[in-house]
Design a protein around this ligand. Structure first.
Ligand code: NDP
Length: 362
């Protein structure tokens, strides 16, 4: 796929424009077809990351918006040339069912709202992309998966790291084990957030908290690095600022037991900057640090190998990969089941932290 992407890019440069790219090059129309994407929720991630990234994609085009903030509409229409007929609010978004401009509805809302609107999106018959974490509960994740199955649409979860080449190298090592059997994993992600804003991210019922927001990257990374699912977890919370972190924990520490005796130490915190994924193996080690960042993901290994492949834009890569899965009718890279498993583990972490007991994971 990488070669094909490079070839397409070079060929379109030669021809000056993808719009005149000959449709017969691959014997089908796919290379010229762009999917119409509709962003739901025009907050920070949509405005500053996804919409700009969509301008860099080969297979996607920003064609619609769903927003509850009327003042954002003219700004987005002007910036991206979105016609009135492709503008919706949360009540009217069901009308997308009859809008042939839109192929994919991308849910970029607070986590506690993902399930309600991902299900609404699936019911329009359009494909669904849903930001991470997939939802607040396993029950909600299952409902999203069921709605997408029932409506025969694809569902992809926005875990951009799994589309990132250095991360993909680490993922491939779960099978090839170049440093022997993994014995220990460390996955920590945190930020020194001095004065957290009083937004949905601080509200429990909205799926706020660092564990859901970025801890989920550490959990996902433990799983893709080992290629295995954990069997138990012992977790605890630390809160040095209870007057600030009133509803959600400031720090969560989660130690998973994986099959084959692999121990995995996880931590997510609002107290300090942490960003490391490290695997200790029989015959060496490797790590990515940062392992979770919009750019600059890089790493090294005990034999001096450097993991430093550069890509221009992770979100563009992710959306093109997910668009190709639709155009080719192929499996998406991060399906709902993958996103749901992280929420299974988050529920186990919460149960352990609240009871002080080791929780078995079935
Ligand atoms: P923001 O708070 O910046 O934006 C959320 C938007 O959702 C709002 O601007 C608003 O858009 C809409 N919204 C609808 N109802 C509510 C409500 N009750 N409270 C607050 N907002 C509401 O969040 P982010 O953009 O940072 O995050 C959105 C999602 O994207 C989350 O699931 C987050 O985890 C994910 N994310 C993923 C990242 C990644 O790297 N994959 C990075 C950052 C976020 P409007 O005014 O248009 O209605």
């Amino acid at each position: 796929m990488a070669e094909r992407r490079t070839f397409l890019k070079q060929a379109s440069l030669l021809l000056g424009s993808t719009a005149i790219f000959p449709q017969t090059v691959f014997g089908c129309n796919r290379s010229s077809k762009k999917l119409g994407i509709c962003l739901v929720g025009l907050g920070n991630y949509s405005e500053n990351l996804l919409a700009p990234a969509l301008q860099l994609t080969q297979h996607c085009e920003l064609r619609g918006i769903v927003t509850g903030s009327p003042e954002k509409i003219p700004i987005w229409q002007k910036r991206y040339g979105i016609p009135d007929k492709n503008v919706y609010d949360y009540e009217t978004m069901g009308g997308i069912a009859n809008n042939s401009d839109i192929d994919v509805i991308y849910i970029v809302l607070p986590t506690g709202l993902h399930a309600k609107y991902a299900i609404k999106a699936a019911e329009t018959g359009k494909h669904v992309w849903c930001e991470k974490p997939m939802a607040k509960t396993v029950k909600e994740c299952r409902a999203i998966i069921d709605a997408c199955k029932k409506n025969k649409v694809k569902l992809a979860i926005g875990y951009r790291m799994q589309h990132e080449p250095n991360t993909q190298k680490v993922i491939s090592w779960a099978k090839t084990r170049p440093y022997g059997q993994i014995q220990k994993i460390q996955a920590e992600v945190g930020f020194n957030i001095r004065n957290p804003a009083d937004t949905w991210r601080m509200k429990k019922d909205m799926g706020g908290g660092l564990l859901y927001d970025v801890g989920v990257y550490a959990i996902n990374a433990m799983r893709y690095t080992t290629g295995l699912e954990p069997t138990s977890v012992l977790a605890r919370y630390e809160n040095t600022r209870p007057e600030v972190y009133k509803e959600v924990p400031e720090t969560t520490i989660f130690d998973f037991q994986f099959p084959k005796g692999i121990q995995a130490h996880g931590r997510t915190t609002g107290r300090e900057n942490r960003n490391i994924l490290r695997a200790e193996c029989e015959h060496g080690w490797y790590q990515l640090s940062p392992f979770q960042a919009y750019s600059g993901v890089q790493g090294k290994a005990s034999d001096g190998l450097l993991l430093n492949t550069y890509i221009e834009n992770q979100q563009a890569r992710q959306m093109d990969d997910d668009a190709l899965a639709i155009l080719d009718d192929a499996p998406v890279m991060v399906p709902g089941e993958n996103g749901m498993q992280d929420i299974v583990l988050i529920e186990a972490i919460i149960a352990s932290a609240e009871t002080g007991r080791t929780i078995q994971i079935s």
